[in-house]
Design a protein around this ligand. Sequence first.
Ligand code: LLP
Length: 432
Amino acid sequence: MTVAPRFTFKNGTLHAEDVSLATLAKEYGTPLYVYSRAALQDAWESYARALEGRKALVCFGMKANSNLAVLNEFARLGSGFDIVSGGELARVLAAGGDPGKVVFSGVGKQVWEMQAALEAGVKCFNVESEAELERLSRVAASSGRVAPISLRVNPDVDARTHPYISTGLKENKFGIAIERAPEVYRRAKSLPGLNIVGVDCHIGSQITEASPYLDALEKLIALILGLREDGIELSHLDLGGGIGIRYTDETVLQPVELFSQVFDRLDKAGLGHLELVLEPGRSLVGNAGVLLTEVQYLKHSEAKNFAIVDAAMNDLLRPTLYDAWHDVEAVNPRLVTDSTPVYDIVGPICESGDWLARERRMELHQGDLLAIMSAGAYAFTMSSQYNTRPRPAEIMVDGTRSYVVRERESIESLFQGENLLPQEQAIRTKES
Ligand code: LLP
């Protein structure tokens, strides 16, 4: 059993659903991102079940995985999208998503992005600062449109996760301090071109406990009830994303358990009529993908053993950036004994930080295939072409079939659009 239920061993070979990863490597080469459609559907179901019978909208936090096929799958399941750029909006539209189910987050929205979102008719702008509120009012009013808004408030709770992915503390750049929110709502009410529809928070990512959510919810409830006294009625409450996944042996939050507590609290506060908006990213896609890679060399030294593979930090930045753990499974595992060496699994990039996994006891040979697990979220979307490495193809498996949902990049495409400087005229050189 792996951390990802749709990636299992059949006859000694790791499969994505019913397709052998060895077959995929042969067919498409490595490195390769492999996603499971059924795993996307399973993850979606876990939210759908939790929200059944309630007014709620899941807006997939698409920064986790913005491949068009993934977006299209979620759009077909009824998902909305949480976007943070004009580029992400364009992807939603290209994938057949409904702009009326889009919430637009992010601290640095530019004028053109606001215009595009107004034109597309997004559900809501999650406004993250007072300066943004003023700009949005000007942009909307000058185009004769009305921008539906929430304020993203910062409830100052500790999500108890990695500091780089914790966003709900006072010292973070995100959102408006909750104490200031009533005043900013009053300001919003007085500005042209704005329609107040909700409140929003997102406290962090890879959260494995319910308490930070419930603490944030208490603060939002108090805010909503206070606003009511000011004559400001909201129609939705957006609790952001952040539910963690199992990378190794974490106990994870189940949407059903978390959101039944959320609905209980809302009902008790007399706010059961509010639509609950969620922005899950990682928990919808993280365990629906692996990064498949081939061992190029084994290097044994006195201090360490290295397995040098063909994937690298440019394909999966999380280990080096966050010290993140990803399970590594051999596609055709060999027997591990006490004398089996312990390897650091590293890429070919010229940086000591180029590692994917550390200190794994595995019986490895040159040419072996490895699956870096839980690579469905924040893997491809955070990839780069560092060292002029073309990005791997992305494959979607569906039952016994596989589809290329993004081609492997060609080397030429990496410098397409680059120009040489004008060459010195030979004649001028002679004259001088
Ligand atoms: N909504 C907002 C406003 C966000 O900033 C994020 C993620 C999400 C939703 C989705 O959060 P999720 O459900 O995926 O936790 N690159 C990091 C994660 C960064 C998360 C940024 N914001 C990683 O690889 O762990």
